[in-house]
Design a binder for this molecule. Structure first.
Ligand code: CO
Length: 462
């Protein structure tokens, strides 16, 4: 059996390169070719695609999934699911998680990749149980990062727990693209020795060395790799699908993809890339290596966020100072992996520590909640002196955060009985209430067309 390939162009590819703005029509452009190419799965949904559909594209994410499913006959469809956060930014109640999993599978998803930013597996349990209950393939991802506590032994122990939880496969999710080739070889080798689960490697080319890492992982026996077709590959996205087909052809790892189909799909999706390059949403910088990711061990998105925060405050001269502060804040917080939302929280705290001239004088609310235990358990203990400085003697919860959440679904269904026309609509409202309210109101009760031209002229419209 050769290595299997998951095609990420329709989810992570455009999320990483041009802010998740690919439309449903663009996603469907080469869907027949992708379906016939012989992939193990197409990653098409979840992550930021759900929010972006409604917020920026005026599209229904559920309709996107159904349209893709209607075209894809031979290939599994995969989504990314952030544990108890689902696709949002807070913890949702168990009944919403359960219903979301059920409806994702009903609308066409086969494989749900679920992860928790802190690797607190209690935050995965509800999604895992629901995926199994409704007959989906449950892949659990390890959030990969580097720190004194994130050793190979740590990941092996985590993988054993994940296998016991009932996962069907395991993913090493290196969201920052910092996994070095030799580390991948060692980690995959040890995981293969300690679990029976198929192992999938997911990473990003940001640092410029990810093809080498994938190849070492393949030598160590990794079962599945996440790649993006050439026009949507490289830079902050995944390694190129076609390259692995050419490199591995004729070896025992031959992915056996149909290159003719890949060529056709690449030509079509190349036009999509060109559109976003032309309109500026795809910054050419995102397409070339950024070795700072390896130097600072921080995700590329976080580096650009820090830069724009400092630019806004006219303090770009403090950039190096902030970069030195980030690992200190991370250590104080017990080495959380720097993935959404932790990357933003740690980054913002580092900026505040530098700009105020006093560490933890100003603290964002999310950091306070984190210190109260509301995100789950940190990988290493939090610095207690700093916790006390920030939240005093407040109660810190040690149970699963969602245990404190009352069921939400039926309440929302009643609240929006005049607007929501399906359980899918209610779920959209449950996840992104304000955004979905605006989107669904506009969809079902469009405002009459109003002549706005003259008004725009009067206010000197921009
Ligand atoms: Co990714």
């Amino acid at each position: 059996m050769g290595v299997k390939i998951v095609e990420t162009a329709l989810r992570d590819g455009h999320q990483s390169l041009f802010a998740t703005r690919m439309t449903t029509d663009e996603a469907l452009l080469a869907i027949d070719e992708l379906d016939k190419a012989g992939y193990y799965a197409l990653e098409v949904w979840g992550g930021a695609t759900f929010d972006t559909c409604m917020r920026f594209l005026n599209e229904d994410p559920w309709e996107r999934l159904r349209k893709i499913r209607a075209k894809v006959k031979n290939t599994k469809l995969q989504m990314l699911f952030r544990g108890q956060n689902i696709l949002g930014y807070r913890h949702y109640s168990d009944d919403v998680v359960d219903k979301f999993v059920q409806k994702s599978l009903e609308n066409g998803i086969d494989i749900i990749r679920v992860f928790d930013a802190l690797n607190d597996i209690r935050n995965l349990k509800c999604a895992v149980d629901a995926t199994k209950k409704y007959g989906g393939h449950c892949q659990i991802a390890l959030s990969y990062t580097t720190s004194p506590v994130h050793t190979v032994d740590y990941y092996v122990e985590l993988a054993k727990k994940i296998e016991t939880m009932g996962a069907d496969s395991l993913c090493i999710k290196d969201m920052a693209g910092v996994m070095l080739p030799q580390d991948a070889f060692e980690l995959v080798t040890r995981l293969k020795q300690n679990t029976k689960l198929p192992i999938d490697l997911h990473s990003h080319c940001t640092g410029g060395m990810m093809d080498m890492t994938y190849l070492k992982a393949i030598e160590a026996g990794v079962d599945i790799i996440d790649c993006a077709i050439s026009p949507l590959s490289g830079g902050t996205s995944q390694p190129a699908t076609e390259a692995f087909q050419y490199v591995l052809a004729g070896t025992i790892h031959d992915p056996q993809l149909n290159l003719e189909m890949l060529d056709k799909a690449a030509v079509k999706l190349g036009t999509v890339r060109d559109k976003y390059l032309a309109n500026g949403l795809l910054n050419p910088k995102a397409m070339s290596p950024d070795p700072r990711v390896l130097k600072f061990q921080l995700p590329g998105g976080m580096l650009s966020n820090l830069m724009s925060q400092l630019k806004d405050q006219g303090a770009m001269n403090r950039y190096e100072e902030v970069l030195r502060e980030v690992p200190k804040v991370r250590k104080d917080m017990g080495y959380p992996p720097l993935v959404t939302p932790l990357s933003q929280m740690v980054g913002t705290q580092a900026v505040m520590n530098v700009m105020t001239g006093e560490r933890y004088k100003l603290v964002p609310n999310e950091i306070k909640e984190y210190l109260h235990g509301l995100y789950g358990q940190s990988p290493a203990p939090v610095d207690e002196v700093i916790r006390k400085k920030i939240i005093g003697d407040d109660l810190v919860i040690t149970h699963r955060p969602a245990d404190d959440l009352a069921p939400e679904f039926e309440g929302l269904k009643a609240k929006y009985k005049d607007l929501a026309r399906s359980d899918e609509d209610v779920l959209s409202l449950a996840l992104f209430e304000a955004v979905a309210l605006k989107y669904l109101t506009n969809k079902y009760h469009p405002a009459p067309a109003v002549e706005t031209v003259e008004f725009n002229v009067l206010i000197g419209g921009k």
